[in-house]
Design a protein around this ligand. Structure first.
Ligand SMILES: NC(=O)c1ccc[n+]([C@@H]2O[C@H](COP(=O)([O-])OP(=O)(O)OC[C@H]3O[C@@H](n4cnc5c(N)ncnc54)[C@H](OP(=O)(O)O)[C@@H]3O)[C@@H](O)[C@H]2O)c1
Length: 335
């Protein structure tokens, strides 16, 4: 296989681990000798071994059989090997210590803790390094991770469910707006984000769990609650969850506090007050609206007061799909 084919294989197979590895990026590493695969490794679960370590450990079983020593081999890694010392030491040092002479990298790690330092360790150990092979695909695959390091803020998605007449809820009564398939779709969106954020009123009125209920393994999102008032710390939202609570209302300050954390994406699932406050603050990157055919009528609380609010906030429709009788629309900022 060519290096291009090996890199594409590593990118494709790494995708399988995206919900388990997050908020870390997904990474794949393949060790090859003259185009033949000796071993493969992936960053499978957050907190566990990085891809390069798994690939090197798996290759050790073939020493003396498929190859003499690591200097015969090339390691192809979708992301720059890390330079910071984790549980297994830095991946770049581990590669150097194993004796490799050649490393091929997809994208340079945008995390300032690495950003070229991994390559420097390899170069300092006389390892030939090539990088940039399918960099665009690696960046696309790890969209939130690259976004966060480029923009110094997590990617923010606001998700709302709206009735046909533009309403969010009733004041004193719980109402399901969208159909079951739309609600299942939301579970995957939750699974994809690193954190879920809500407001005090939604917590007090709905007692939501807001975890990702999907039929595959997920490193569950962190939860974030914004409220200055009393709340029941035994509510479902807190069950088995790591929750950050903010009493302040300055959304820029709150979001900025995640700048140097691992959180690369936040899903806002709140009522009209908080959703509009986020949109007004200009820090939202994506707005997802599920609209049902149901009408809530005069007693329903409006999502937006003004006409054309979404366009006025600077969003344009990027895609729309039917989910049975509901409509799902994705809006992004005009660039
Ligand atoms: N249809 C849907 O998709 C959907 C989704 C979620 C919720 N809901 C409905 O929305 C209802 C609640 O909506 P809501 O608009 O009253 O409340 P909300 O948006 O859920 O929460 C508003 C609360 O967030 C806190 N907050 C912190 N910073 C803020 C800021 N900068 N601006 C505004 N609020 C800030 C405040 O908490 P404190 O006042 O506690 O300090 C505020 O009262 C629920 O009953 C639920 O049924 C609908």
């Amino acid at each position: 296989m060519s290096y291009e084919e090996l890199m594409l294989r590593a990118i494709t197979k790494a995708e399988k681990f995206k919900y388990a590895a997050k908020p870390n990026p997904v990474v794949g590493a393949i060790i090859a000798k003259d185009g033949e695969i000796i071993s493969e490794g992936y960053h499978e679960i957050y907190g566990e071994n990085h891809a390069e370590i798994n690939a090197i450990e798996a290759a050790k079983n073939h020493i003396g059989k498929k190859f003499k020593d690591f200097s015969d081999l090339t390691i192809i890694s979708t992301l720059e090997p890390c330079s910071h010392v984790g549980k297994t030491g830095s991946c770049a040092s581990f590669i150097a210590k194993s004796g490799f002479k050649r490393v091929i990298i997809g994208a340079i790690d945008p995390n300032p803790k690495v950003a070229g330092r991994g390559i420097k360790i390899l170069n300092d150990n006389n390892i030939q390094v090539e990088y940039g092979l399918f960099q665009d695909l690696v960046e696309k695959q790890n969209k939130f991770f690259f976004y966060k390091h480029k923009n110094h803020k997590p990617y923010i998605t606001v998700k709302i469910a709206s009735s046909f007449d533009g309403k969010s809820h009733f004041d004193n009564e719980t109402v399901l707006i969208t159909n079951e398939s739309s609600r299942n779709d939301v579970q995957t969106i939750r699974a994809n984000h690193d954190a879920i954020l809500t407001g005090g009123n939604t917590l007090r009125n709905d007692d939501p769990r807001m975890d990702a209920r999907v039929n595959f393994y997920v490193n569950q999102p962190k939860k974030i609650l914004l409220t200055s008032k009393a709340y029941n710390s035994k509510s479902s939202f807190f069950k088995d969850a790591d929750v950050d609570i903010f009493k302040i209302k300055d959304l820029n300050k709150i979001i900025d506090s995640y700048r140097d954390t691992e959180i690369c994406s936040i899903l806002v699932e709140a009522g009209p007050k908080l959703a509009n406050a986020f949109l007004k603050a200009g820090i939202v990157d994506e707005l997802i609206i599920y609209t049902s055919e149901k009408k809530l009528g005069e007693k329903g609380i409006n999502w937006f007061i003004e006409d054309n609010a979404i366009e006025n906030y600077g969003f344009k429709l990027e895609s729309s799909y039917k989910i049975e009788d509901d409509l799902k629309e994705i809006f992004k900022k005009n660039e």
